[in-house]
Design a protein around this ligand. Structure first.
Ligand code: SF4
Length: 234
């Protein structure tokens, strides 16, 4: 981790310039710029659905910090993928824990908060731990892609995340599903086994369903609820 972070105003200027310069750049070019600009002040978040972004980031910045939200509600396949990433890739995996265990949360808010107030559950188990961890970095890269859902259709490649005072980078923003599949096949990257079981978007087990043919890839997330995002990418 870097010792002193640039101010929000300085980072906003960096983001503004980079957004113009990198709008049409490849994922590799974007990550190489980020590695050079931020060094150890750059982290990458990973849901452990696939590990395309982690693989790319490990090439651009060997040893890069990978942030994984240990919500306590993951599929075993997801935690297994995280374990494999830690063992195989040249990265440093940081497992981000919520303030409370699931049992402590149940005791305070009642059992299965995700079923009654998923926004609060995500705020406690995902957003708060990520926000806390991001204080250690100037920039973070996320695997968000525009084709994943209408809410992600306008994802910029580089932006200043004013809420967090950090630069947010989406190197895969322009990638199609075919681009992802081709990269996985070409580089033999680790993927969550659930991807081949009709789970094209994988979050916590209680909030993730299989997707039917023709539905968008995130249709299985919080199915039946108006909720579409956990809050870390909006
Ligand atoms: Fe809770 Fe579901 Fe959000 Fe996971 S995805 S933190 S279980 S509401």
């Amino acid at each position: 981790m870097i010792k002193s972070l640039r101010s929000g105003a300085e980072l906003a200027t960096v983001a503004r310039n980079a957004a113009a310069d990198l709008a049409d750049a490849s994922a590799q070019e974007i990550l190489h710029w980020a590695a050079e600009e931020f060094g150890s002040g750059l982290a990458v978040t990973a849901s452990m659905q696939d590990t395309v972004l982690v693989h790319l980031a490990s090439k651009a910045l060997p040893g890069i910090d990978v942030l994984f939200l240990e919500t306590g509600y993951h599929f075993i396949e997801t935690t297994g993928t995280a374990d494999a990433v830690e063992a195989v890739y040249d990265v440093s995996l940081r497992r981000l824990l919520p303030l409370q265990t699931v049992e402590q949360q149940d005791a305070q808010y009642g059992k299965d908060l995700f079923a009654r107030d998923p926004d609060l559950c995500c705020a406690l188990r995902k957003v708060a731990p990520l926000n806390k961890a991001l204080k250690d970095y100037e920039a973070w890269a996320t695997g968000v892609r525009r084709v994943e859902s209408p809410t992600r259709a306008n994802t910029p490649v580089v932006t200043f995340d004013a809420k967090r005072g950090r630069i947010k980078i989406a190197p895969l923003a322009a990638w199609t599903d075919d681009d992802v599949d081709a990269y996985i096949a070409e580089h033999n990257v680790l993927v969550n086994p659930l991807l081949s079981a009709e789970y094209p978007s994988i979050g916590c087990e209680p909030c993730t369903r299989r997707v039917l043919p023709g539905q968008d890839s995130r249709a299985g997330r919080w199915a039946g609820l108006a909720k579409t995002e956990c809050g870390i990418n909006i």
